[in-house]
Design a protein around this ligand. Structure first.
Ligand code: PHE
Ligand code: FE
Length: 276
């Protein structure tokens, strides 16, 4: 029976050599692919946290380094946790990570986030002070949204930023969403494929846009910088935004609207599926 906070021991000593080897394979593949494609802040976090050390990271050692930089910790949970538990951890600068790793036949696709998605995908940016503040603010915002019955709308913000966000770089678009950077195939697709829309981030637009969890994204939303993302969320009272979108229609995933700032209009020809 899980504790109220759903935290369990990571049991780092319990991983088999095969399990560590799966991490190493996934890590090497992404470490080769991502330079030049991913936001420099992500690579900086990877480096600072020494995530290239072989094997599945020990959450205690990882938390110690992360704590020095941004005051965040990584704690183990058995899998997905209830929303209010998730938000409470974020609001207190604790990132919850699954402690299990995918099987060798799941290198390219699995349903539930495992330690590779959660740690490799999410934790490097938690070493960035601005992104770290965004994640904490999101946790507080989640508690509020739950009370207002608009969690589905706020969840879209998480989806299109934290999980599948793109950012403008000095020399073109870069990846930063954890769902992209932990997936080999979507790391290619999100930047290179003509199929998906790439649209400038707009808070209200994103919170109205549906998403599918079992295929590549039909639209990616592009932020100018982490500072601008933090500014558009932390310093905006979502109350009036929620009041407005609660009476608005949802937007489907592949839609392009007249008011969108379009960076690339997708052909929407791809129906291939993939995930974390
Ligand atoms: N400012 C938001 C609100 O008023 C909270 C929030 C901050 C949500 C950052 C997401 C990210 O509810
Ligand atoms: Fe995730």
């Amino acid at each position: 029976m899980a504790a109220d906070d759903w935290i369990i021991p990571q049991n780092h000593a319990g991983y088999s050599a095969q399990e560590h080897a799966i991490w190493d394979r996934l890590f090497d593949r992404q470490a080769r692919l991502l330079p030049g494609r991913v936001a420099p802040e992500f690579l900086d976090g990877l480096d600072f946290l020494r995530l290239s050390d072989p094997g599945i990271p020990d959450f205690a050692a990882l938390s110690e380094r992360l704590m020095q930089r941004t005051g965040w910790q990584v704690v183990a949970v058995p899998g997905l946790v209830p929303d209010d538990v998730f938000f409470d951890h974020l609001a207190n600068r604790r990132f919850v990570a699954g402690n299990f790793i995918r099987r060798p036949d799941q290198l390219d696709y699995l349903q539930e986030p495992d330690v590779f998605h959660d740690v490799f995908g999410h934790v490097p940016l938690l070493a960035n002070p601005v992104f770290a503040d965004y994640m904490q603010a999101y946790g507080r915002g989640g508690q509020r949204a739950k009370g207002l019955g608009v969690l589905a709308n706020l969840a879209r913000l998480y989806w299109y930023t934290v999980e599948f966000g793109l950012i403008k770089g000095a020399d073109g678009l870069k990846l930063y969403g954890a769902g992209i950077v932990s997936s080999h195939s979507e790391s290619l697709f999100a930047l290179d494929d003509p199929s998906p829309n790439r649209i400038a981030f707009d808070l209200r637009r994103v919170m109205c846009t549906r998403y599918c969890i079992d295929r590549f994204q039909q639209s990616y939303f592009v932020i100018d910088s982490f500072d601008s993302l933090l500014d558009a969320t932390l310093n905006t009272d979502f109350g009036p935004v929620y009041a407005d979108i609660i009476v608005a229609d949802d937007i489907v995933g592949d839609a392009v609207l007249p008011e969108d700032r379009i960076l690339h209009r997708g052909t929407q020809t791809s129906a291939r599926s993939a995930k974390p």
